[in-house]
Design a protein around this ligand. Structure first.
Ligand SMILES: *Cc1c(COP(=O)(O)O)cnc(C)c1O
Length: 466
C-alpha cells in the first residue's frame, strides 16, 4: 500500500516511511492511495475474533509487507497485553439502543493508548532494523502526550519532546507525563493554549533545516498509523452488535477529528455504519462546519473536557481531500487560505458528501452533566466528561439504529469534573495509583518557535550522528 499527501506535492511513501514521518513534507497529511475494502462475508467472519485477531485483519491491507502477518500478531499481542481488561475494548449496554465502547483500559486511562501502544512497538521495530533514530515531537491537550510517553519511554532510537499548554491539562494528565523520568522523555509546558502548542509543532516541521537535522517525527493523530489502529475498534464493536447484517451508528467525542475519521475509514472499507455523530463541546468548529459549512476558528474556550478544547482540527483536512475528489492542489490552496484567514466555507461537494454519513451536535456543560447523571442513575455507570458529551449527542440523535458511544477516557482521569457534575468522586484504577506520590520533571517555555527549537537542539541527537 502506498500513501499520498492531501496537498499533492510530497512524494508517495510506503507504510514504514509514512509511520515514521507523521506529517508530509508539503504540510499535508498522508492517506492511503486507495481504500482497501472487505466483503460482507469477510466482515461476518470477524464475529468472535479476539481484539488482536481483529486488529491483524483490519490492519494487514494498510501495512502491506512492512510487517509480516506473524510479526503484526506478535506486536498486537504485546501491545494489548498491557491493557487491564481481557476484552481490550469491552462494550457496555446502557439501554436497548445505547452502548458504550470502553477504550480506556490502557496504561494512561484514555483511548489514545489503543493506537499508541502499538505505534510505539512499530517505531521500535522499524528503527531497530534500520539502526536509525528519530526525534518525536508532539503537542498534546493532555491525553496524546501521556499515551505517547508511556509508549515510547526507554525505547531505543527515539527522543521525545512533548509540548502541553501550561495549566490547561488536568493534574492526572500532567502527572502521567511528567512522572515518567526515562532519559529519552522531555516534557515542555508552553505558556499558551493547545492551538499555540500545535502551531509550534507544525512550524518546526515546516522549518526544513531543523526538521531534517533532527529527523523529526510526529505521533499526533496526524500520524496515519494511529488512525489505522483506531479503525480496528469500529469493526470490533459493530461486528459484536450484528454487523454487517445490522447497521450501527457511532457517537464520537471529537477534538482533532482523528477518532471519528477512523470511523469514516471503517465505513469506506465496507463496514455498514449508519451515522457518525461528531460530538463537540463549546469549541464547536466541526459542528458549524458540518451543519452550516462554516469552518472558521474562534478562540479556544476551556471546558471540563479539555481533550476536545480545540479550534483547528488537523484531520478534517483528510476528509476534505477525500470528499473533494482527492485533488491535492485544491486542498493545498484551500488549507493555505484557511491558515492565512482562519476561515473556510466548505464547498457544496464536500458538504453534501459529508451529510450522507456525518451528523453533529454541540453539547454544552449542562447537557454534558445531564448525560453523566443519566448514566449514573439509569445504568449505574460513572462516565467522564468527554464520554458524556458523546453520550449526550447519541441520545439526542433520532431513529432506531443502535448507537455506540466511544468512551474515550476513564472517569478517574477527570475526577474533579465528574464529581462536580455527578456528585460521585471516581477512584483511580489500580494501575494509576501512586501517581500523586511520584517525582515530576518538566520545563516551562514561552510559546516562541526559537525558544522551543533551541531547547530541543540542546537535547536531541542530530540525524547524522548515528
Ligand atoms: C483526544 C481525545 C478526544 C478527541 O479525539 P480526536 O481524535 O482528537 O478527535 C476525546 N476524548 C478524549 C478523552 C481524548 O483524549
Amino acid at each position: 500500500m502506498r500513501y499520498i499527501s492531501t496537498r499533492g506535492a510530497a512524494p508517495a511513501l510506503e507504510f514504514e516511511a509514512v509511520t515514521l514521518a507523521g506529517l508530509a513534507s508539503d504540510g499535508g497529511l498522508y492517506v492511503p492511495e486507495h481504500w482497501p475494502s472487505f466483503t460482507a462475508g469477510e466482515i461476518s467472519a470477524m464475529a468472535g475474533l479476539s481484539y488482536v485477531e481483529t486488529a491483524v485483519r483490519v490492519c494487514l491491507p494498510f501495512v502491506g509487507d512492512a510487517l509480516a502477518e506473524a510479526e503484526l500478531r506478535t506486536l498486537f499481542t504485546k501491545a494489548y497485553g498491557s491493557f487491564d481488561h481481557a476484552a481490550v475494548a469491552p462494550l457496555v449496554q446502557l439501554d436497548q439502543r445505547h452502548w458504550l465502547l470502553e477504550l480506556f483500559h490502557g496504561p494512561t486511562l484514555a483511548f489514545k493508548d489503543v493506537a499508541m501502544q502499538s505505534l510505539g512497538l512499530m517505531f521500535e521495530a522499524f528503527l531497530g532494523r534500520s539502526g536509525r533514530h528519530l526525534t518525536v515531537i508532539g503537542a498534546t491537550s493532555g491525553d496524546t502526550g501521556s499515551a505517547a510517553i508511556h509508549a515510547l519511554a526507554g525505547r531505543e532510537g527515539v527522543e521525545v519532546f512533548m509540548l502541553h499548554p501550561k495549566g490547561r491539562v488536568s493534574d492526572v494528565q500532567r502527572r502521567q507525563m511528567t512522572t515518567v523520568l526515562a532519559p529519552n522523555i522531555h516534557n515542555i509546558a508552553v505558556e499558551g493554549n493547545f492551538d499555540d502548542a500545535q502551531a509550534l509543532v507544525k512550524a518546526m516541521f515546516n522549518d526544513a533545516g531543523f526538521a531534517s537535522k533532527f529527523a523529526l517525527s510526529a505521533v499526533n493523530s496526524i500520524n496515519w498509523a494511529r488512525l489505522m489502529l483506531q479503525v480496528v475498534y469500529y469493526f470490533y464493536a459493530a461486528v459484536r452488535l450484528g454487523a454487517p447484517q445490522r447497521r450501527i451508528s457511532f457517537a464520537v467525542p471529537t477534538g482533532n477529528f482523528g477518532d471519528v475519521f477512523a470511523g469514516y475509514v471503517a465505513a469506506r472499507m465496507g463496514l455498514p455504519i449508519d451515522r457518525l455523530i461528531v460530538a463537540t463541546n463549546e469549541n464547536d468548529i466541526l459542528h458549524r462546519a458540518l451543519r452550516d459549512g462554516d469552518y472558521s476558528a474562534g478562540t479556544v474556550t476551556p471546558t471540563q473536557a479539555p481533550s476536545m478544547d480545540i479550534q483547528v482540527s488537523s484531520n478534517f483536512e483528510r476528509l476534505l481531500f477525500d470528499l473533494g475528489g482527492r485533488d491535492g492542489a485544491a486542498t493545498a490552496a484551500a488549507m493555505g487560505n484557511f491558515e492565512a484567514t482562519r476561515t473556510m466555507a466548505i464547498p457544496a461537494m464536500q458538504r453534501d458528501a459529508a451529510a450522507t454519513i456525518f451528523d453533529s451536535a454541540r453539547i454544552d456543560a449542562d447537557a454534558m452533566a445531564q448525560a453523566m447523571r443519566w448514566a449514573r442513575d439509569k445504568c449505574g455507570q460513572i462516565i467522564d466528561p468527554h464520554t458524556a458529551i458523546g453520550l449526550a449527542a447519541a441520545r439526542a440523535s433520532i431513529g432506531e439504529t443502535p448507537v455506540v458511544t466511544l468512551a474515550t477516557a476513564h472517569p478517574g482521569k477527570f475526577r474533579e469534573a465528574v464529581e462536580r457534575a455527578s456528585g460521585v468522586r471516581p477512584l483511580l484504577p489500580p494501575r494509576a495509583q501512586g501517581l500523586f506520590d511520584r517525582e515530576e520533571r518538566y520545563d516551562v517555555l514561552p510559546a516562541e518557535l526559537r525558544a522551543v527549537e533551541a531547547y530541543i537542539a540542546a537535547r536531541a541527537r542530530p540525524a547524522d550522528a548515528a
